[in-house]
Design a binder for this molecule. Structure first.
Ligand code: DGJ
Length: 553
């Protein structure tokens, strides 16, 4: 009988080819799984409120955005090395960077997310979170970031009309076609982030940029005029809203009947807020990331006429209108370029409301403005971000960038290692802060059982220098009844007991200088002798962290 010959050398060859097939199959399977399915999904960042205070939860815990905002035209691949150079120089943990409707939807309905991908990838490589700024229908009150195909169809996507019929360089909030187009594109962006960013590199998204109009208080086009002469929508006539706007509670009426001299501005604010609220709601429906709208401010003290500032945006006087019109917007945020201490502090106070989380997405740069970092924390702020951090194509060296950003860098370097603690203390209302005013006046901080007195400057600062650099600041965290954490620049603290202990003598039990690391205070030295005896602890131009214990004898 003929037996079948088995070639032993064929067996390994068969196995080998099976193995090859298996490897190819595994490779195809792994590489075809979207990146999003391979990375760890984290909880969606969200804003929480407790007793009128707020926190941004990232990975389930309060997070403080130590931010910096790139220049308007820097969200492009070739510009990013200088942006990262700035972020590194500042010790920032969050980059605010624009994404552009004109680039993302250069052709109607065709979406290009290559720059979004680049930003996500680079943010992760640098271990820095991102806040995307959706430059779309409005950018500084104009339509300049609308795609070309929209700009060229001005009839379908019109600008507003001024009081005397003149054209105004600001998009109409009364155009449904533009609103639908913006909402569609924004929804695509949010959907893309939901799919491609499960690790939440992006913490928040700004919807539009400084919306409103500069050269006209409102739209006077025939369509707008018809709406203006009609009835105020019932949603806006709720007693609590009218009271918050200091208006008489009334059941119905035209804009002029209900709002009198403020009718034009309030009408524009309502129209812009409704439009942006629609865009935001569409995006939020597919991805619940926190959304915000930024405001070009008006003078917060003098109640100026609406034709002196950008009308229709969320300025302090129309916050209740924005809240009613755009509930999908999580917060309204002030862009602070008012350097005067009374005005900047007033703005911080006005945007810290039970119904509004404080966030400063833009502020001028330099020590004149970084002094407001501490009051923002004291008001429960979730982030702070100087504008225009990169060199904007000027070819700055690393050393030049570091010098330019030195003041915010030293504050972020001090705050960074205790960022989570600061965010928690801020949420719990344990932080108090003061800044040096232009007249250098002495200030006091009420700490319950104690009062701190803060004076500014150093023994080395003479009057002339103080005039040039009145930028001292001080922050005190209440850790216990007699225990405090303090930091600051160009400041000097003394204390006195209050209440029943006011008549008693007191002393420092301990003054420790150190820093936070992984949630623990690490000691660098104990300050005593000359460092506390001559009127209490001083901090010079570079911030340090002091933990002090006071004691009544
Ligand atoms: C405020 C705007 O929001 C920014 O995009 C930028 O244009 C700055 N002004 C420039 O100062």
């Amino acid at each position: 009988m003929k037996t079948k010959q088995i070639n032993l050398f064929q067996i390994p060859e068969v196995l080998l080819s099976m193995l090859r097939c298996l490897i190819i199959f595994i490779l195809i399977a792994v590489t075809s799984v979207p990146l999003s399915a391979q990375v760890k999904e984290t909880p969606v960042p969200r804003i929480v409120e407790k007793d009128g205070r707020h926190a941004l939860l990232v990975d389930g815990k309060p997070f403080l955005m130590l931010g910096g905002q790139a220049h308007n035209s820097s969200g492009w691949t070739g510009m990013m090395p200088q942006v990262w150079q700035a972020i590194e120089a500042m010790y920032a943990n969050t980059l605010e960077v624009p994404i552009y409707w004109e680039q993302i939807e250069a052709r109607p309905g065709k979406f290009d997310f290559s720059l979004v991908d680049m930003l996500l990838q680079q943010g992760r490589e640098h271990n820095v979170h991102l806040v995307f700024l959706w430059f779309a229908t409005w950018k500084n009150g104009s339509n300049h970031y609308m795609p070309e195909w929209m700009k060229l169809d001005a009839k379908k996507y019109p600008n507003i009309t001024g009081k005397n019929g003149q054209p105004v360089d600001s998009p109409s909030p009364h155009t449904k076609a533009a609103m639908e187009a913006d909402a569609k594109a924004f929804t695509e962006v949010m959907r893309y982030l939901k799919k491609e960013d499960p690790q939440h590199t992006v913490l928040m998204v700004q919807v539009e940029n400084e919306a409103g109009a500069w050269a006209s208080v409102r739209d006077y086009s025939p369509e707008a005029q018809k709406l203006f002469e009609g009835q105020v929508p019932a949603e806006l006539l709720k007693p609590e809203i009218l009271k918050a706007l200091n208006k008489t509670v009334i059941a119905k009426g035209t804009w002029t009947e209900v709002f009198g001299k403020d009718a034009d501005e309030y009408f524009q604010a309502w129209s812009v807020a409704k439009y942006i609220g629609y865009v935001a709601a569409a995006g939020k429906a597919v991805n619940p990331l926190p959304l915000y709208v930024n405001a070009a401010l008006r003078d917060p003290i003098t109640n100026p006429s609406a034709n002196t500032y950008e009308s229709g945006g969320p300025t302090d006087n129309v916050i209740p209108i924005w809240k009613a019109a755009a509930p999908s917007i999580d917060l309204l945020a002030p862009d602070i370029y008012l350097p005067e201490s009374e005005k900047a502090l007033k703005v911080i106070e006005l945007y810290d409301r039970t119904d509004n989380t404080l966030f400063v997405p833009e502020i001028g740069s330099g020590e004149k403005f970084t002094r407001y970092f501490y009051p923002v924390l004291a008001h429960g702020g979730i982030g702070f971000s100087p504008f225009g951090i990169d060199d904007n194509g000027q070819g700055e060296t690393k050393a030049e960038t570091e010098t330019r950003l030195a003041s915010v860098a030293q504050d972020y370097a001090t705050a960074g290692p205790m960022m989570r603690e600061l965010a928690q203390w801020s949420f719990e209302g344990k932080i108090k802060a003061v800044v040096e005013h232009e007249d250098h006046r002495v200030q006091t901080i009420d700490l319950g059982a104690w009062e701190a007195t803060v004076t500014f400057g150093t023994s080395r600062r003479n009057a002339e220098e103080a005039e040039k650099r009145p930028f001292g600041k001080a922050m005190i965290v209440q850790l216990g009844e007699n225990e405090f954490l303090m930091t600051g620049t160009l400041c000097h603290f003394t204390f006195k007991p209050l209440g029943a202990n006011a008549v008693k003598s007191w002393q420092y039990l301990k003054v420790e200088e150190g820093y936070y690391e992984n949630g623990t205070f690490k000691l660098l030295r104990i300050r005593n002798g000359d460092e506390t005896d001559w009127g209490g602890p001083r901090i010079g131009a570079v911030p340090v962290v002091l933990r002090i214990m006071l004691f009544v004898r």
